[in-house]
Design a protein around this ligand. Structure first.
Ligand code: SF4
Length: 334
């Protein structure tokens, strides 16, 4: 199976008119300009030189609401990506934006330049959570935008943020189920963090907001991932990308940040699979075959799952088998 690569190009919406409680506008506006087309090209070329032949490659315009920047700028970036696509160097173009920045005219433009995937930062499908988070759009806006995107033949990606003000387990799972029903082919899950100089930091300091505890965030994200796995929605990101600011604590104030958050969550996803499996407890040893891409998380963070199985069996061996569907496993007792 060919490997997928996305070349990210950060295109901020410098004058974002919204005030999402979790967002540090200063950080965004500290980018005093979007990359020029030459800079974007240099980013793409540099990354392309590191990607092996025979890969599936996309260019992704991320970092803000792409369809909120001036149309002429959008067209320059889209034209650049279209040229790579026409030459067969890349196979897809994706971008991220907000649900209320989708219209027929916007989709006409994106379609004309060969965009393949549109990601929406929807964050929640609960209107109270959206209101308390200052998002400035409703769940209904997400429904309309998603339907338009899918009906026009684009692939849909949806991003959610468990743990926003007013959110709870039930609302998070409801959001995940709606993401499935809206026809998303991929999803990103970003548990809410309290970032310095944000309205959320003020709420937290005033004792009006409490982020998810680490264990809670892992458990909730595991349940969300299970909804997506069961419905064949590809989870392409779990947790915020570790940046220097988060690692040294200069930007992060509170919340469930861990450098290996994805591994911690996927360890629990696999732990649940093993707990639900009907083992032959009379056997002494067991070999567990998984897709090579699942090997580390099946064994578990710090070998948690393997260690637990060793409480039952004398010998536990995990083996990679690329013919196995990702997320599944089979067991051999010989
Ligand atoms: S997260 Fe909200 S406030 Fe921040 S750039 Fe996006 S839309 Fe604007």
């Amino acid at each position: 199976m060919k490997k997928h690569y996305t070349i990210p190009v950060f295109v901020p919406e410098l004058a974002c008119p919204h005030r999402c409680v979790f967002c540090n506008q200063n950080h965004i506006t500290s980018y005093d300009h979007s990359p020029s087309i030459e800079e974007a090209k240099a980013i793409i070329e540099e990354r392309l030189s590191t990607i092996p032949d025979e890969s599936i490659i996309e260019i992704g315009y991320f970092g803000g609401s792409f369809t909120g920047i001036p149309p002429e700028e959008q067209e320059s970036f889209l034209e650049l990506a279209r040229r790579y696509k026409q030459q067969g160097v890349i196979q897809g173009i994706r971008l991220s934006t907000r649900p209320d920045y989708i219209s027929k005219a916007v989709l006409d433009r994106l379609g004309a330049y060969g965009v393949t995937t549109i990601e929406l930062g929807i964050q929640s499908m609960d209107d109270d959570v959206l209101r308390r988070s200052g998002r400035g759009h409703t769940a209904g806006d997400t429904e309309i935008a998603s339907e338009m995107i899918v009906n026009r033949g684009f692939r849909l990606g949806l991003q959610m943020m468990p743990g926003l003000p007013g959110d709870n387990e039930k609302k998070s799972i409801h959001t995940a189920r709606r993401i499935v029903e809206l026809g998303a082919s991929s999803a990103r899950i970003y548990p809410t963090l309290v970032v310095r100089d944000t309205p959320l930091e003020m709420l937290w300091l005033d004792g009006k907001y409490q982020p998810l505890a680490m264990e809670q965030a892992i458990e909730r994200t595991k349940n969300i991932v299970s909804v997506f796995e069961q419905n064949k929605v590809r989870v392409i990101r779990i947790g915020l990308h570790p940046s220097e600011g988060f690692l040294n604590g200069s930007r992060l104030r509170a919340g469930p940040f861990h450098q290996s958050f994805r591994e911690l969550v996927m360890t629990e996803v696999w732990n649940e699979k093993f707990q639900n499996h009907k083992w032959r407890y009379d056997e002494k040893q067991v070999k567990i075959f998984v897709h090579p891409g699942d090997y580390n998380v099946a064994v578990g963070y710090r070998a948690k799952n393997k260690k637990e199985l060793l409480n039952t069996f004398h010998k536990v061996k995990f083996l990679g088998d690329k013919n196995i569907t990702k997320g599944t496993f089979y067991v051999d007792y010989s």
